[in-house]
Design a protein around this ligand. Structure first.
Ligand SMILES: C[C@H](O)CC(=O)SCCNC(=O)CCNC(=O)[C@H](O)C(C)(C)COP(=O)(O)OP(=O)(O)OC[C@H]1O[C@@H](n2cnc3c(N)ncnc32)[C@H](O)[C@@H]1OP(=O)(O)O
Length: 737
């Protein structure tokens, strides 16, 4: 790939076109920043240049400052690696330039990209250009003056919304708000921008320096009121993320003391934030998520994805209907098959409700909803399967039933058709045992539970949850994996390719999560204190609220699977059976460990305490038989999450994931592990493998095998190797990939 560079061409009209060239998104890498400084200096000093247009090559203005530099700063612990862009380039060379500068914006202008454009004296954009300041998702704030110029261009409330929610807008919306001066076709973009720049030079159009404006800020007292509300909101929605309050503080500085003062404070706070663990974690997740698209021997062997236009979904239950919804929303024709018309109707109604729900929440237009529903057809037999490109089976977890379906599918579907199962536990080799199509059998494991504390946990179906685990066996073909990865992206999921084992990557790594919580209860720790400690750590709800939400039947069935698969390290708690026996089934029947009333947050149910006492009596593991252990909040978190780290180590050692960062992404998207902690393995490395190991070793001596450190953890901890360091092929004992 050619080195990043900035070019300048001066036309006969006296307009210098300065172009960013750094594919694929023209990120503002260090050489680009240096190149911009050079070209603006040159254009300013040349007599034949009357005006300047700044643009990006290849249809994309800029995706912002080069995030790789953040990683370098994190690695070296040296913030001086960040160049001075805000004052030296944006204020001195662009905004205060004595020649007018127009930004010609197309495709996207994000983060530092939009900030450069806002430093220019006008902005002309092509239709549907994406404009936003998403820096907070990386743990920092806009650092090239965005916190000051955006409020001055679009008003305070809108700017806060765009920055705190990292919400981008289109150029059309930007034009209505005053961020964009004109929206013109892509073909006309440069021509109009040149003329606009000349018009400014000739004073036919206003020469506006955004930082000097105050007309959209409102009065000081109004601004303070808006900031106060935003602070309260951020405290609720982003309690562990310092960049939100910091962003509001910096905005306030500019309102009270003027834009330039705000720019200086912004630069100082930016440098503080970029050094925090929050930024390290979020930047790691940014790259980790992109790395999931690179699967050795699948995406690097020259294969081209085959189109998937028609998909059959078998089973219209909650999972099946969520999966069907995800496809029709993205223009893929779906045939939904059920065993009788009653179930079929129910499935179709759920899909309709899913789609309508998106319209109600303003996430989909009525037109798009109608079009999506036209892509759905319900059937009771296989006659429509003769031209499907993929089938996703989503029936109950029964081996004989799945085997029967797969041998029928082999006859009903064309030979190229991908045969996928949504099983969350059953070995894929067993599912496909009765077929001779092992090369096209694959797991499409959708997730269906989003953990939200606002209403005691919101059930989010498969079309909303972002993770798709793609499970391959030793025999699944690379083409089939690539095809499913491609469909996954089309239906807006993050596909993570994993190997075949009980629970695959996410459920396998997190099986000790609920078990350790129950073990702590048996050791005498209060259920509600455990939930609260886990929430403070950053998961949206605690393990017992999750238990209530999932339902006890599901919990009992899943526990059995793990007891069977990992008997050496499974803790069998009597809690769920006791709860079931007492007629409780969590949120589903309104009787759980919490009480549920419509419209209010769930409250701990005191009447459950005798059941918990009985559970402790039956487990009989408290020291001395009846003395509850005494633990701090930090120890609660560690005793619950270190066993997850331990199991993650086995997942890494067995090669269930391609790389450690895939497990990070999967833990964030599948389990709502806090993204600002970088995912489960990244977090463990921050805490330190040796600390995790010695803690687990101590607890295993006190409380048994459940905590026993795995061989992989022991080896890494004692040799001082990070858990995320690649697993060498020789040490991968039972590689599944
Ligand atoms: C001081 C300043 O205020 C600080 C900043 O500007 S911080 C940066 C702010 N900008 C952002 O957060 C935008 C981040 N990027 C994105 O959201 C998306 O990449 C995008 C919307 C620009 C494009 O999305 P999409 O087309 O799906 O492509 P995507 O796969 O994400 O990215 C393509 C490649 O560009 C890279 N890339 C994207 N934005 C980048 C950036 N700002 N810096 C470095 N690399 C970037 C990606 O890592 C990926 O690399 P790879 O091919 O080697 O994996």
């Amino acid at each position: 790939m050619a080195a990043p560079r900035v070019t300048m061409e001066v036309g006969n009209d006296g307009v210098a076109i300065i172009t960013l060239i750094n594919p694929p998104v023209n990120a503002l890498a260090i050489p680009i920043v240096a190149g911009l400084k050079d070209k603006f200096e040159e254009a300013t000093s040349r007599d034949d240049v009357k005006a300047i247009v700044l643009t990006g090559n290849g249809g994309r203005f800029s995706g912002g400052f080069d995030i790789n530099v953040f990683q370098k700063v994190h690695g070296a612990g040296d913030v001086s690696l960040m160049p001075d862009v805000s004052v030296e380039l944006v204020v001195n060379l662009i905004e205060d330039c004595k020649k007018p500068i127009v930004a010609a914006v197309e495709g996207l202008a994000l983060g530092g990209g939009l900030e450069l454009a806002m430093g220019c004296h006008a902005r002309i954009a092509a239709p549907k250009t994406q404009l936003g300041l998403p820096e907070l998702t990386l743990g920092v704030i806009p650092g090239f003056g965005g916190t000051q110029r955006l409020p001055r261009l679009v008003g305070l409330s809108k700017a806060i919304e765009m920055m705190l929610l990292s919400k981008s807008i289109t150029s059309e919306e930007g034009w209505k708000l005053g961020l964009i001066d004109a929206v013109v076709t892509s073909e006309e973009l440069l021509k109009v921008s040149r003329l606009w720049a000349l018009d400014i030079a000739a004073r036919r159009k206003p020469w506006i320096r955004s930082l000097h404006r105050t007309d959209k800020l409102g009065s000081l007292s109004e601004a303070r009121e808006v900031l106060k509300l935003a602070r309260l909101q951020a405290k609720k929605t982003a309690p562990n993320m310092p960049q939100h309050q910091a962003c509001l503080d910096v905005i306030e500085e500019g309102i009270v003391h003027g834009g330039y003062s705000g720019v200086l404070k912004e630069a100082k706070v930016f440098k503080e934030l970029v050094m925090l663990d929050t930024s390290r974690g979020l930047v790691h997740v940014f790259f980790a998520q992109r790395a999931t698209s690179k699967v050795p021997n699948v995406t690097d062997i020259g294969l081209k994805p085959r189109g998937v236009r028609k998909v059959a979904v078998i089973g219209g239950g909650l999972m099946g209907s969520g999966i069907a919804t995800a496809h029709i929303l993205n223009n893929i024709y779906v045939v939904l098959k059920e065993v009788n018309s009653e179930y079929l109707l129910k499935g179709i109604k759920t899909i309709e409700a899913n789609v309508r729900g998106l319209v109600t929440r303003g996430k989909l237009t009525q037109d798009k909803a109608n079009n999506a529903l036209k892509m759905l057809k319900g059937v009771l037999d296989y006659s429509e399967f003769k031209d499907v490109d993929m089938v996703i089976e989503a029936v109950i977890e029964s081996v004989p039933l799945k085997q029967k379906i797969f041998s029928e599918l082999e006859k009903a579907c064309p030979p190229h058709c991908i045969l996928a199962t949504n099983t969350s536990t059953i070995d894929l080799n067993i599912v496909g045992e009765k077929t001779s199509s092992q090369d096209r059998i694959i797991g499409a494991h959708f997730f269906s539970l989003m953990l939200s504390s606002s209403d005691g946990g919101i059930f989010n179906p498969a079309h909303v949850m972002p993770l798709l685990e793609i499970v391959r066996t030793e025999r699944t073909s690379a083409q089939v994996i690539l095809d499913l990865m491609t469909v996954g992206k089309i239906i807006k999921k993050v596909p993570v390719v994993v190997g075949n084992c009980t629970g695959f990557a996410v459920n396998r790594a997190f099986f000790p999560y609920s078990q350790s919580a129950r073990l702590l209860v048996s050791l005498g720790v209060d259920v509600f204190r455990i939930d609260s400690a886990i929430r403070s750590f950053g998961l949206p709800i605690g393990p017992f609220q999750l238990l209530d939400l999932a339902g006890y039947g599901v919990a009992a069935a899943t526990s059995k699977e793990f007891d069977k698969a990992f008997p050496d390290r499974s803790f069998q708690s009597p809690l769920v059976d006791l709860l079931l026996k007492s007629g409780r089934n969590g949120k589903a029947n309104g009787k759980g460990l919490y009480t549920y009333e419509k419209g209010s947050k769930p409250k701990p149910d005191p009447s459950v305490l005798p059941i918990i006492e009985e559970c402790r009596r039956l487990s009989n593991i408290m020291p001395g038989g009846k003395v509850p252990i005494s633990v701090t909040e930090k120890e609660i978190v560690e005793m619950i999450l270190f066993p997850v780290v331990n199991e993650s180590c086995r997942v890494l050692e067995e090669g269930i994931v391609v790389r450690a960062s895939d497990l990070d992404v999967a833990s964030v998207l599948g389990m709502s592990f806090p993204s600002y902690r970088g995912g489960i393995v990244f977090w463990a490395d921050v805490v330190g493998a040796n600390y995790v190991y010695t803690s687990l070793k101590k607890w295993s001596q006190l409380y048994g095998n459940f905590f026993k450190p795995s061989r992989f953890l022991e080896e890494r901890a004692t040799k001082g190797i990070p858990l995320s360091a690649p697993v060498s092929s020789s040490s991968t004992s039972r590689a599944r990939l």
